[in-house]
Design a protein around this ligand. Structure first.
Ligand code: C2E
Ligand code: MG
Ligand code: MG
Length: 632
């Protein structure tokens, strides 16, 4: 850099003043024209060099590489010219004057200057050595031409002195160079570490730290006068845990890398992508409007939701995205991230594989979700759960055939929370295993006290069928409560079978082999595929209450129920009509041929004590007494 050459204009000025005074004296005293010209040259070049150093320091901020080269050249020329003039002055003085003081002045000036610059400009050996030679060698020549032995000896000494100084200059240069390049190496290592601290090792994307810093910077540019908006899109892969659990972490890593590449390809230079951690990514982009942000979200969703090939497997990948737009939804990074996260939560809750834009109402839902999630953690320990039992009536005998165990939760602040609300939260929070274990125990403890022909059914969440420990839990519960396997029925929903997960299938077969009964719950809400009935030996099918609700005014629904019941009958599978509330609904399901009924018409869910009381009353009554059905 030219800057190092011009660092000290003061030293240049001192040298120039000393040079001008000496040259002036020598020219004046000697009266030589050549020395006068030399003196004027020394004066002019000295002034020009000081002036250029001052000018350089003023303009250096705007320095471009070519300008730098230009300044460096200027310095070089000035330095060589000045040294040449001092050298010439020494030569001429030696040649033309016999005044000892003048001789001393000229030679000291040339020698002192040369020695000084050799140190000052050691960082540029060409300049330093050039100045040294140009300043001293003419003096050596002048002495040599004097021809006296002493002058010739001094001339040779000067040449030796020059050689020594050249060597010293080169050594200083080497020391300076090593020190500077070491410093540069150190700063390169520091830069590498800084980059590592800011990037995600797996995908090479910005990590959470870098993303948060960038988000802060971008949000600073979004203000009232700026029509641009900043979108923050929070993306989370759907069922990523299943990919990791079933195909292994390497497969999971590949999915993450491919996902990152796909999003980057969609974004181009339109925005920034960062990996927030796990399977979560954050996208930031400047957009014109909230609509454009939504379009970008959908483009990303389309590109990400493509299969990924891993060895021989093809993995289906999908994602959910939550979109927030600044300044509409916030101006601070934490708020923007939170709102995008809330929108993402809604996208997930609606089934995933979709883009949802943030809306203010989502905030309350989200808080509720959080409250439920944190409440669930302590609910078991705080004994906030109870299990109710809802009788299922055999239409032929009018007696209770079994009871469904239904979980109830009384939250200390929210009051009664429906299982339809908290069960999905318990599933996503990984708490469903402990909760089901508890329900199973309560259900078996109660049923162990009932007459032997009465079964109990327990709802098993799909998430549990993906784990291995369910059979062990069930066996332990049966042993501890003294219940027989044949009296325990597990209710599962169609979604479990839709998944076609080989692990789930083998687990279900294992449970059947243990003698447990299987019930297909909520039939009619999912795919309603009759092939399940053929390929699975269900003991019971429950026709969902949404069908029963319409049965009175929809002849089609009644026909569908009739067809399902006939098929079930031919396969010797019992059918339960769920949610029967009225006499008319009861009549219709009876006509359709359903074998059992569950609903408020007969009985609402009741406590274990109430269920026991009801069952013992039934036991005492005449088996043909249809009155029992009115015990509600
Ligand atoms: P589900 O398994 O389909 O349970 C039947 C639901 O229908 C129960 O709702 C029950 O109270 C309700 N019901 C019964 N008869 C009638 C009726 O005549 N009219 C109307 N409108 N509703 C009726 P609940 O107890 O609110 O449970 C809702 C869902 O929560 C259950 O649907 C089940 O999927 C889930 N659930 C409940 N307890 C558990 C549990 O211990 N574990 C798991 N995994 N899920 C559970
Ligand atoms: Mg059920
Ligand atoms: Mg149901």
């Amino acid at each position: 850099m030219a800057g190092t050459l011009y660092t000290s204009p003061a030293s240049l000025a001192i040298g120039a003043i000393a040079g001008s005074v000496t040259a002036g004296c020598i020219a004046y005293v000697s009266g030589s024209l050549a020395l006068l010209i030399c003196s004027i040259g020394i004066h002019l070049v000295g002034v020009l060099r000081v002036a250029s150093a001052v000018i350089y320091l003023r303009v250096q901020a705007k320095e471009t590489p070519s300008e730098q080269l230009h300044w460096e050249r200027n310095y070089e020329i000035g330095a060589w010219l000045y040294a040449s003039l001092l050298g010439a002055q020494a030569f001429l003085t030696l040649n033309q004057s016999s005044n000892t003081i003048l001789l001393l002045m000229a030679t000291i000036m040339a020698t002192g200057y040369s020695a000084g610059v050799a140190a000052r400009n050691a960082g540029r050996p060409i300049i330093a050595i050039g100045q040294l030679c140009l300043g001293t060698l003419p003096m050596a020549l002048g002495l040599f031409l004097m021809g006296t032995p002493l002058a010739i000896t001094l001339s040779l000494c000067i040449i030796i002195f020059v050689m020594g100084m050249v060597d010293i200059s080169l050594q200083i240069y080497e020391v300076v160079y090593t020190a500077l390049s070491g410093k540069q190496e150190k700063s390169e290592v520091a830069a590498r570490f800084e980059k590592m601290a800011r990037s995600d090792m797996l995908t090479g994307l910005d990590n959470r730290l870098a993303m948060q810093m960038r988000l802060g910077e971008l949000l600073d540019t979004i203000d009232q006068d700026n029509p641009d908006k900043l979108t923050v899109i929070w993306m989370d892969l759907d069922h990523f845990k299943t990919i990791n659990d079933t195909l292994g972490h390497l497969a999971g890593d590949k999915v993450l890398i491919v996902t990152a590449q796909r999003v980057k390809a969609v974004l181009g230079n339109r925005g920034w992508l960062a990996r927030f951690g796990g399977d979560e990514f954050v996208i930031m982009a400047i957009v014109d409007s909230a609509e454009e942000a939504g379009r970008l979200g959908n483009e990303i969703l389309d590109s990400v939701s493509q299969p990924v090939s891993i060895n021989e497997n093809t993995v289906e990948v999908a994602a959910s995205l939550g979109v927030a737009v600044a300044p509409d939804h916030g101006r601070q990074s934490e708020i923007m991230l939170k709102n995008a996260d809330i929108a993402l939560y809604h996208a997930k809750n609606e089934g995933g594989k979709r883009v949802r834009a943030f809306e203010p109402f989502m905030h309350e839902d989200f808080l509720m979700h959080r409250q439920i999630e944190s409440g669930l953690t302590d609910a078991l320990a705080n004994e906030e759960f109870t299990v109710l039992f809802q009788p299922i009536i055999d239409l032929e005998t009018g007696r209770t055939k079994s009871c469904e165990a239904l979980l109830r939760w009384n939250h200390p602040e929210l009051g009664d929370v429906s299982p339809a609300v908290f069960i999905p939260v318990a599933e996503s929070a990984g708490l469903i295993g402990d909760i089901t274990e508890w329900v199973l125990r309560k259900a078996c403890e109660a049923a162990a006290k009932w007459p032997e022909e009465i079964n109990v059914s327990v709802n098993i969440s799909p998430a549990l069928l993906k784990q291995n420990n369910l059979p062990v839990t069930i066996i332990e519960t049966l042993v501890n409560t003294g219940m027989v396997a044949r009296r325990l029925e597990l209710e599962i929903t169609e979604s479990v079978l839709l998944d076609k997960n080989p692990h789930t299938n083998s687990l279900l077969r294992q449970l059947q082999k243990m003698g447990l009964r299987l019930c297909l719950d909520d039939f009619g809400t999912g795919f309603s595929s009759l092939t399940y009935l053929r390929s699975w030996e269900f003991d019971t099918i429950k026709i969902d209450k949404s069908f029963i609700r319409n049965i009175g005014n929809s002849p089609t629904d009644q026909k569908i129920i009739g067809a399902v019941v006939q098929l079930a009958k031919s396969l010797e599978v019992a059918t339960v009509a769920e949610g029967v509330e009225t006499e008319e609904q009861l009549q219709r399901v009876r006509e359709a041929g359903c074998s059992r009924v569950q609903g408020f018409y007969y009985a609402r869910p009741m406590t274990a004590a109430q269920a026991s009381q009801r069952l013992s009353l039934e036991d005492l009554s005449d088996p043909d007494d249809q009155q029992i059905v009115n015990l509600r």
